[in-house]
Design a protein around this ligand. Sequence first.
Ligand code: NOJ
Length: 533
Amino acid sequence: MTHWWRDAAIYQIYPRSFQDTSGDGIGDLAGVRHRLGYLRDLGVGAIWLSPIFKSPMADFGYDIADYRAIDPLFGDMDEFQRLLDDTHRHGLKLLLDFVPNHTSDEHPWFVESRSSRDNPKRDWYIWHDPAPDGGPPNNWRSNFGGSAWTWDEATGQYFYHAFLEKQPDLNWRNPQVREAMYDVLRFWLDKGVDGFRIDVIWHLAKDTRFRDNPPNPAWEPDQPEIQRFQQRYSADQPYVHEIIAELREVVDRYVDRLLIGEIYLPLDRLVTYYGESNKGLHLPFNFQLIQAPWRTEVIRELIEEYETALPEGGWPNWVLSNHDKPRIAARVGEAQARVAAMLLLTLRGTPTLYYGDELGIADVHVPHGRIKDPWAKNEPDASFNRDRARTPMQWSAEAFGGFSEIEPWLPLTDDYRTRNVDRQRGDDSSMLALHRALLALRTRFPDLREGNYCSIDAGPAVLAYRRGERIAVALNLSAESASLDLPHEFRQGEVLLRASSGESGGGIPSRLGGDEGLIILAPPSGAEGRTRS
Ligand code: NOJ
């Protein structure tokens, strides 16, 4: 059986920032629905919505107070159903964000849990007595800075939170918690959603003895506090794989649903999340392109290592940006972001695009007084202010970029009057047109979807690879031109797409310009050397 998610490109939407229809400066589900035609025409196959559930929004929806309700900011259940139905009518799939590691402290489960030590839900969260000196039980840090333990005066114990104090961690070793969460999955699967992106899945199981994490000798004081310690005992424990196998059993009762896991771990650990016999996550998110220095030799090696490390039958995936990290155009510049898009959309595996990257949105300045990200508020000097990658989508040159009628919750780019969908739609050389062309080529050429990946030595400064039988990709990851020495059959080929201009056609050059990328189609085998008219 071929799975839709092997062919589809996934498009991540940060719902607060996609399209406002209610007039409050914050995006909503009706807004997403309104833009489905855009997404279909872009050529993606699935959308993933960051959390839309009832939440006090301390971490913008990653703090859920009711897993089965839509937050009124975004709409209601009827609106959700309309969105799901329309998504399917447009031939697209819909993925939700499942946040199982923690709830909001306002979730009724936690309200009960903290009400007394003998409450039946006490053990649904992670409560611990103080250390002998009365301090926190161990040295675990919150991902957003400070101790990961908060003292509860009323019941005389600490509770654990890997993120904000308002995001207490659930105790996944408790079978009732697991059952309750599987019910949540079934609730949405029964409605017809096509799968889930699962938040911080490698955090679900913690060391049963709560041992101290060892220090990280490489830590520098200007880095986030979480990096002071290696996360040896607070995450990535063997038991997590048992949980994932159960999650998988739940979704496998439905037809062809997808589980993607958010995992920031080194490659050798990451690939274990495919599970025994690939019965774990279908796609453990591969964030290497987000994290690696943008240099030819580094990227070439990480692709090779990833391809080699994948278990047999494990399907690859690639991500360039998300709502937690600087956007690709902010990291490498706009010209090189075009090359990066070509890389993302021609590597073997499922690509995930981040909304707004198709317009080349880069870093957006967020004035101090407008900072919303709770992590940036906690650790202003050490953290990346995630607001800068979460700014509103820019649809047109109208006020507020056609995103909203009033000042949006975060600013737009300074150049939104020219950097917007309307403008780029009419320009064949735009970033948007390049994305459309790349996605169209994926549809047209099975080699780009299913073909093997094989590295080509085309010169030291060029990242080149073959996909399947007849396609080659040559990318220049720098601004300097570089010599290009492709195998014979590709020198006879035709250019399907140029990253710099979005054009096709023309012969194969012997040098590749700076910030240039080419997708090349070799002549059919046996046709090489034939005179071309
Ligand atoms: C990962 C999410 O991507 C991030 O935005 C969030 O703050 C944390 N998990 C906590 O849920």
